[in-house]
Design a protein around this ligand. Structure first.
Ligand code: DLL
Length: 431
């Protein structure tokens, strides 16, 4: 499979470090000059732009958090005059102020390049038909993959989310070959396509799925049901959107577009930088963006970085599949639980990843229920058969998590489907 920008995607490590250092020095000066909030942070820490001479000095810079951005909402971190900013995108946050990210023409160009790299890594090219059903509008998913697909020269279907009937009709009529959406929506589309007996009519060969956590088991399940190869893609609005990193044919993690975004892994408690291979919080520094170039932004996403050679030939550092977020980790009766662990158990026990975690607190003790949809085949099972399945799930979850949930099996299709990011947790605890 081809590269979109092979010279950077496969650059020698030393050349990449030099490029990063040069760009870092430039962007630190740009931010110091144009963003009073960050200049104050640097001054408070006693760091001057001149102290940052190469990537080795990155650790000297102060961190930025989502709270910093919210405190300076909306324009506080805009680093160019308004006359140069041409676009905003915004996070899907449901509480409080959203984060608004700004783009110059150049920022959009580099973002689209990153998405183009992802599409080519998934086997896309001029002859492909790319069906984008990430949301368009403030969410970055639709605009990002749409732009990347144009750059590659693929025919782009700007479907946006919703209206599953219409999605399937366009997918079959226009013979879409690459599907871009959240993994939960891909699973739902697969379910609907199979139910309608249309599996033979789809021409998909690949999917580019991201924006939410999904397990290896879910990947294999979607791949089998749609007959495609499924690629992970990662990104966040604050850093640009999808395409901060993308998976290649090796399917063992996502290559970070580190000529634009330098990743670090830190200990979320102490802020100390951790070596490759250690699990911690992912931090990004933007070295090319101009309108909203965040430096050392703490993503709250947990993963591991690896620089082992990759079979695809790219030398870009790889981040593992996300292992959770520092803030979506549930603490149930004192035990750390990630929704992705539950998904892994469900798929390995023959269920679909249609589930909801319901938490409450009764007499000062957490209650922990996992509602799981039966598949249509299981639904016709005997009552005894169903209760055996429930018990199997409880034991498998106990083995994975160290605590036992109450498992309630519910009718097929009774848990609301999401067209974007799935809502997995209902936490009624008043803590
Ligand atoms: O979700 C950007 C995106 C769009 C990525 C389409 C991939 C595809 P936000 O709405 O700002 O941006 O949410 C960012 O979503 O910090 C992660 O916690 C999570 N996330 C994104 N991609 C993945 C992934 C978009 N591949 C937040 N796996 C991030 C797991 C992901 N979680």
């Amino acid at each position: 499979m081809g590269y979109y920008q092979g010279e950077v995607e496969c650059a020698e490590r030393e050349a990449m470090r030099e490029l990063q250092s040069k760009r870092l020095v430039e962007n630190v000066a740009h931010v110091y000059e144009n963003v009073p909030h960050y200049r104050k942070k640097m001054d408070d820490k006693g760091v001057a732009p001149g102290d940052i001479k190469s990537v080795d000095d990155l650790y000297k810079l102060p961190f930025l958090t989502k709270d910093d951005l919210k405190d300076a909402y909306p324009y506080g971190y805009l680093a160019v005059p308004l006359s140069e900013a041409v676009r905003i995108q915004s996070t899907s946050g449901t509480t409080g102020k959203r984060v608004v990210a700004f783009y110059t023409h150049g920022d959009i160009d580099l973002w689209e390049d990153c998405c183009a790299r992802a599409i080519m890594a998934a086997g896309g090219g001029r002859d492909d038909v790319v069906h984008v059903c990430y949301g368009y509008g403030l969410f970055t998913g639709g605009p990002g993959l749409n732009g990347g697909s144009h750059r590659v020269g693929s025919l782009t279907l700007p479907m946006s989310s919703g209206n599953t009937e219409r999605q399937i009709q366009f997918m079959t009529d226009l013979e879409a070959t690459i599907l871009c959406c959240t993994p939960s929506y891909a699973a739902f589309l697969a379910e609907s396509i199979i139910e309608q007996g249309l599996r033979g009519q789809i021409k998909l060969k690949a999917g580019i799925f991201g924006a939410e956590a999904w397990s290896e088991e879910m990947r294999r399940d979607i791949e089998a049901r749609l007959g495609i190869k499924a690629y992970d893609i990662y990104g966040l609005t604050e850093i640009s959107g999808p395409g901060v990193s993308f998976e290649c044919s090796d399917q063992t993690g996502m290559h970070v577009n580190e000529d634009h975004f330098i990743p670090e892994i830190i200990d979320p408690e102490t802020g100390e930088v951790l070596p490759d291979g250690q699990r911690g919080e992912l931090v990004f520094t933007c070295i090319t963006k101009k309108a909203f170039p965040l430096l050392r932004y703490r993503t709250r996403d947990i993963c591991v970085l690896s620089r082992k050679p990759c079979s695809c030939g790219r030398t870009l550092v790889k981040m593992s599949r996300l292992m959770g977020r520092t803030d979506d980790m549930l603490i149930i009766r004192g035990v750390n639980v990630f929704p992705s662990q539950i998904e892994t158990v469900l798929l390995s026990c023959g269920f679909q990843p249609n589930y909801q975690i319901v938490l409450d607190r009764v007499h000062h003790t957490d209650t922990f229920e996992v509602r799981v949809e039966l598949t249509s085949e299981m639904f016709s099972d005997t009552v005894k058969g169903i209760s055996t399945k429930e018990n199997e799930l409880v034991s498998a979850m106990r083995a994975m998590l160290g605590i036992s949930p109450k498992v309630t099996l519910v009718a097929p299709r009774s848990i609301a489907r999401s067209e974007g990011k799935a809502v997995r947790v209902i936490d009624n605890r008043k803590i």
